[in-house]
Ligand binder design. Structure first.
Ligand code: ARG
Length: 268
């Protein structure tokens, strides 16, 4: 299903990105016909002057809590995009990952969903995505010394993943006779691995690397799985001008070096 279509999806995303670029360069004269929007920028915001962000803050190095402060690659990126747009960036309290796309689709709570969210066909039915902000692959992590060396060794075993994620879906579809165990929080997945409740963790590779290096040092990443995923910012289909403005801001921070600065700090 969705995973097999990713190749085509990436191509479609690049086409969309190209179109969006053209849309932006010719879109400057749009201001007069934006009367139906809530501000002269053409897009609607939950709170005036603020970009309100819904996130599952358990996904370092992309977004995580440091005390009660959100931090990470996407957090700094959103701050930079908000600054480009003359807005204040406002993170809501951490939200369960699988509720974020529905929350953006329903509207009323947040302007954007930002959580290492992979662009997938299923999600594209419910929300719009900006141009990609990052490319990642999946991975498998086990307890060091467990003897498992690849997905094939995990046939018939228990693999843990965060509920509603592409890692969960990948494990269910690609490991023979697997029992996939779903958890709300990413930390709970690694804790279950450490305690022996599951045999492996399926999660985006940079996140696995981060958890293994910083907290779960008795675990090891055994396999990178080239799923070719792309993260993007989820926006309501009712707010296409916000998607356009975010793409424009994203291009600006790519051009002025800010994107690289943030990427170098967190993910390179
Ligand atoms: N990239 C994966 C997906 O889109 C996992 C994202 C999980 N994000 C999080 N903040 N916990 O399904």
């Amino acid at each position: 299903m969705a995973i097999k279509k990713w190749g085509a999806l990436v191509a479609a995303g690049m086409l969309a990105a190209t179109l969006a670029l053209f849309g932006c360069s010719s879109g400057g004269s749009n201001e007069q016909d934006s009367s139906s929007a809530s501000s002269d920028t053409g897009y609607a915001l939950i709170e005036d002057g603020k970009l309100t962000v819904a996130a599952s803050l358990d996904f370092p190095p992309f977004e995580n809590l440091n005390g009660d402060q959100p931090e990470g690659f996407e957090v700094d990126l959103m701050k930079a995009l908000a600054e480009e747009m003359d807005l204040e960036c406002n993170y809501l309290p951490s939200t369960k990952f699988d509720t974020i796309v529905p929350l953006i689709q329903t509207g009323g709570k947040a302007d954007v969903g930002v959580s290492g969210i992979t662009i997938t066909d299923d999600r594209l039915e419910d929300v719009d995505f900006t141009d990609p902000v990052c490319d990642v692959n999946q991975s498998l992590t086990v307890l060091t010394g467990s003897g498992y060396t690849s997905a094939a060794d995990l046939a018939g075993k228990k693999v843990g993943a965060q509920t509603g994620t592409t890692g969960y879906e990948w494990a269910a579809e690609n490991i023979k006779d697997v029992e996939v165990v779903g958890f709300d929080e990413m930390t709970a997945v690694f804790a279950a691995l450490q305690s022996g409740r599951i045999d492996a963790v399926a999660v985006d590779l940079p996140v696995a690397n981060y958890y293994v290096k910083n907290a779960y040092t008795d675990c090891e990443v055994i396999q990178e799985i080239p799923t070719g995923e792309q993260y993007a910012i989820a926006v309501s289909k009712d707010n296409p001008e916000l998607t356009k403005a975010l793409n424009k801001a994203l291009q600006a921070v790519r051009d002025n070096g800010k994107y690289d600065e943030i990427a170098n700090q967190w993910i390179r």
